[in-house]
Ligand binder design. Structure first.
Ligand SMILES: [Zn+2]
Length: 387
C-alpha cells in the first residue's frame, strides 16, 4: 500500500489538488490534515477529461464509475494501482473464508466497470477456483451455468441476486458475495433464503474500494493502511468522533495515478473502533443511506426525506434509517429491466414503537404521492424493525 508521503507526493503533481496546501502533515488525521479541503464528485468530473488527454507515464486502465448516484466518471488506474486493489480484494476474500476449496461463480460485468475484474483477481490471489461470467443473459441462463459450474460461492450485485434467488436451481452455497451497489435488508433476506448461504456484503466506490463484512455481519471492516475513513458533518465539514453519523469521506492508499484524498462519498455512515465479535481489531464503517434531501421516484415524483421523517416521527418513530434504491446502477441495470422494483426501505430501532404495519399505514396516509406509487405497483415499501 502507498505511504502517506507517497500519496501526498503523487497529489502534488495532480491538477485536482493544485490549490491544496499539504503543509507539514506528519500523520493522517493530524490537525493539518483535518484542515485540508475535501474532494467532491464535481471536482473529479472536471479534472478527469484533462487526464484523458494527457499521455500516461506507464500502462494504465481507465474505468467508468457505475454512475449509480450521478453521471459516470472516468477513473484512472495504473497497473501498480490495480495490483494494490487486487491485494485489498484478496483480504476481503480471506475475511469471508474463501480458500482453495472455493468454486466461485462471478456474475458481474467484466469490463467498463472495475468491480468484476477486481473481484476476480482478489479471489484468484486467495487461491479460489474462479468462473467469471460476464453479466448478461437471464435467470434461466444463470441457472444452467450454476448447474454446470457447481459453485459453492456466487458473487454478484444485490439486485441481480435478489431477482435470481426465488428461482435459483444450483447447488446450496457456503456464502454469497454482494458488491457494486447498496444491499437492502430485504434483499439480504431473499438472497439468503434462495441460495441457502450467508451474504457477505462489501462496501466501496469505483473511486475508492473500502471494506467487507465478517461473519458477525456488523459493519464493514476496513484496513487503515489501505483506506482512511473519516466521518464529517455534511454542513460544517467538521470531523465527527466515532459513533456519530455523518458523511463518509475517503482517502485511498491504493491509487497513485489519480490520487483520491478526502473524497466526499455522498454516503451517510458512522465508525466503530471497538474490537469486533469476530476477534478482529480492524475498525468498522457502517453504511446508513445516501446523503440526499429528496428521493427521485418514478413518474417524476419527488419526495423530501424531511417529509418521510416527519411522518415517521408522528407515527412514534423518532429515529430510523431510510434507504431509497432507485435503480440498481449501470451496467448491472441492463439485465434488471423489468425485474427490479424501486424500493423505499425504512429500518427502525426502538422496540417501544408501534408495529411495522401500522407505521406503514401511517406513512401512506400522510404522504399520498407515495401511497399512489405503491398502490400502482411502481414502488415497493419495506418497513422493517431492526432486531
Ligand atoms: Zn468482525
Amino acid at each position: 500500500m502507498l505511504s502517506l508521503l507517497d500519496l501526498i507526493s503523487a497529489a502534488s503533481t495532480c491538477p485536482l489538488y493544485e490549490s491544496w496546501d499539504f503543509g507539514n502533515i506528519s500523520e493522517i488525521g493530524d490537525s493539518t490534515w483535518t484542515k485540508l479541503p475535501t474532494l467532491t464528485s464535481d471536482a473529479l468530473k472536471k479534472v478527469t477529461p484533462l487526464l484523458a488527454g494527457s499521455k500516461p507515464q506507464a500502462a494504465e486502465t481507465v474505468y467508468y464509475s457505475s454512475g449509480t448516484t450521478d453521471e459516470p466518471k472516468l477513473i484512472f488506474l495504473s497497473d501498480d494501482d490495480l495490483q494494490r486493489i487486487y491485494q485489498l480484494c484478496r483480504r476481503f476474500s480471506s475475511v469471508e473464508g474463501i480458500d482453495s476449496h472455493s468454486r466461485v461463480m462471478v456474475l458481474l460485468p467484466m469490463s467498463l466497470w472495475s468491480v468484476g475484474k477486481i473481484t476476480v483477481q482478489g479471489l484468484l490471489l486467495q487461491g479460489a477456483h474462479v468462473f467469471p461470467i460476464d453479466l448478461h443473459g437471464d435467470i434461466s441462463i444463470w441457472n444452467k451455468l450454476a448447474q454446470e459450474i457447481q459453485p459453492n460461492v456466487i458473487s454478484s450485485t444485490p439486485s441481480v441476486l435478489a431477482a435470481w434467488a426465488p428461482h435459483y436451481s444450483g447447488p446450496p452455497l457456503t456464502l454469497v458475495e454482494t458488491t457494486g451497489e447498496p444491499l437492502l435488508y430485504s434483499e439480504r433476506n431473499s438472497i439468503e433464503n434462495g441460495f441457502k448461504g450467508p451474504v457477505y456484503d462489501a462496501y466501496g466506490l469505483t473511486e475508492c474500494v473500502v471494506g467487507v463484512e465478517c461473519e458477525s455481519h456488523t459493519g464493514f471492516h476496513y484496513w487503515p493502511d489501505a483506506v482512511h475513513v473519516e466521518i464529517l458533518d455534511p454542513e460544517t465539514q467538521e470531523t465527527l468522533p466515532p459513533g456519530e453519523r455523518g458523511e463518509i469521506v475517503l482517502t485511498s492508499f491504493l491509487q497513485k495515478r489519480l490520487p483520491i484524498i478526502r473524497y466526499r462519498s455522498g454516503d451517510l455512515g458512522r465508525l466503530l473502533m471497538m474490537p469486533c465479535e469476530c476477534g478482529r481489531e480492524l475498525p468498522r464503517v457502517f453504511f446508513e443511506g445516501r446523503l440526499q434531501p429528496a428521493f427521485n421516484m418514478p413518474r417524476g415524483v419527488q419526495i423530501e426525506e424531511a417529509d418521510i421523517r416527519e411522518s415517521l416521527a408522528l407515527a412514534g418513530v423518532p429515529q430510523a434509517e431510510i434507504f431509497w434504491k432507485e435503480r440498481p446502477g449501470s451496467p448491472a441495470e441492463l439485465v434488471m429491466d423489468g425485474i427490479f422494483k424501486p424500493t423505499l426501505e425504512i429500518k427502525y430501532k426502538d422496540i417501544h414503537v408501534p408495529e411495522a404495519k401500522r407505521i406503514e399505514e401511517y406513512m401512506l396516509s400522510s404522504i399520498p404521492e407515495l401511497a399512489e406509487l405503491i398502490y400502482e405497483g411502481d414502488v415497493q415499501l419495506n418497513v422493517i424493525p431492526e432486531v
